[in-house]
Design a protein around this ligand. Structure first.
Ligand SMILES: *[C@@H]1O[C@H](CO)[C@@H](O)[C@H](O)[C@H]1NC(C)=O
Ligand SMILES: *[C@@H]1O[C@H](CO)[C@@H](O)[C@H](O)[C@H]1NC(C)=O
Length: 257
């Protein structure tokens, strides 16, 4: 048993030599499934797993949720959210914590947008049918996903997609992760808006300069970190589970001690 755990742990360490760009640090923004500067709207029933928050706009910009303030007035709950709801006009310390999270979101956006030397520097992007190995990809205008596409790599590999225009995913299409690739290691930096049409499934961290629109029945395994509004229509947003490397390393240290 001990031997098995050790081998598994060493395997995890060996695979740390990951392919792709250095991780984009999300800071406090990485604790939110959805973070927006100007509002979150849902057409029920959406299913959100993870916290959601708005700042600097107030809770009135979170619409369609029937929010219930908790007894301390620092957060709220909603049946469509498995997690807490935060807004800039809630009681301290929520406003200052949201200010930090928004700052971290903007820093992460700028970091992702300014990474140099993409392995592919394209104009208009049509990702349909493609398989993406780990790396940094840059698109000079809109990116469309008119048919399914695939992201292939190990659980520690990373991807950054720099999109100078909008990112539009056609109805009922899917991004599929293979080889152990994780949504938490995939960043979409979008200078325009993101639109995921009805029934489509998206994967990754969305760092969006403007809005994110998820149409009827669409879904995301990832986070929506948007600098204007987020709109959902019976959408499912599930924050990724984190790779718990620290736990694995601690376990290995225990075994070797
Ligand atoms: C929370 O807000 C309600 C409604 O505005 C108010 O009646 C209550 O006193 C507040 N509670 C705290 C702990 O601030
Ligand atoms: C996924 O990547 C692995 C490792 O590079 C490669 O062996 C495999 O053929 C790839 N699969 C697809 C479908 O591209």
């Amino acid at each position: 048993m001990t031997k098995f755990v050790l081998i598994a742990a060493l395997g995890a360490i060996a695979s740390v030599s990951a392919a792709g760009p250095a991780a984009v640090i999300l800071g406090e923004a990485g604790t939110f499934a959805i973070l927006s500067k100007s509002g979150i709207d849902t057409v029920p029933t959406s299913v959100i797993t993870g916290d959601i928050g708005v700042s600097p706009i107030a809770a009135a910009a979170i619409t369609g949720f029937s929010l219930k303030l908790d007894s301390t007035n620092t957060s709220a709950t909603a049946t469509q959210v498995t997690g807490s709801v935060y807004a800039a006009d809630y009681k301290s310390p929520t406003p200052s914590e949201l200010t930090v999270a928004i700052g971290d979101m903007e820093t992460a956006y700028t970091d992702a947008a300014t990474r140099p030397t993409p392995i592919l520097d394209l104009g208009e992007g049509n990702l349909g049918g493609l398989t993406f190995v780990p790396g940094l990809y840059k698109f000079g205008s809109d990116v469309t996903i008119p048919t399914d596409c695939t992201i292939n790599g190990s659980s520690t590999d990373t991807w950054i997609f720099q999109v100078t225009g909008n990112l539009i995913m056609a109805a009922n299409m899917r991004i599929t992760l293979i080889g152990g690739a994780k949504a938490s290691n995939i960043v979409w930096q979008v200078a325009g808006y993101v639109e995921v049409l009805a029934g489509a499934h998206m994967e990754g961290i969305l760092l969006v300069k403007t809005a994110a629109h998820f149409r009827t029945g669409s879904s995301l395994n990832g986070r929506i970190l948007a600098q204007t509004a987020v709109t959902l229509q019976s959408s499912t947003v599930t924050q990724p589970t984190q790779t718990d490397l620290r736990r694995i390393l601690a376990q290995t240290a225990d075994i070797l001690a």
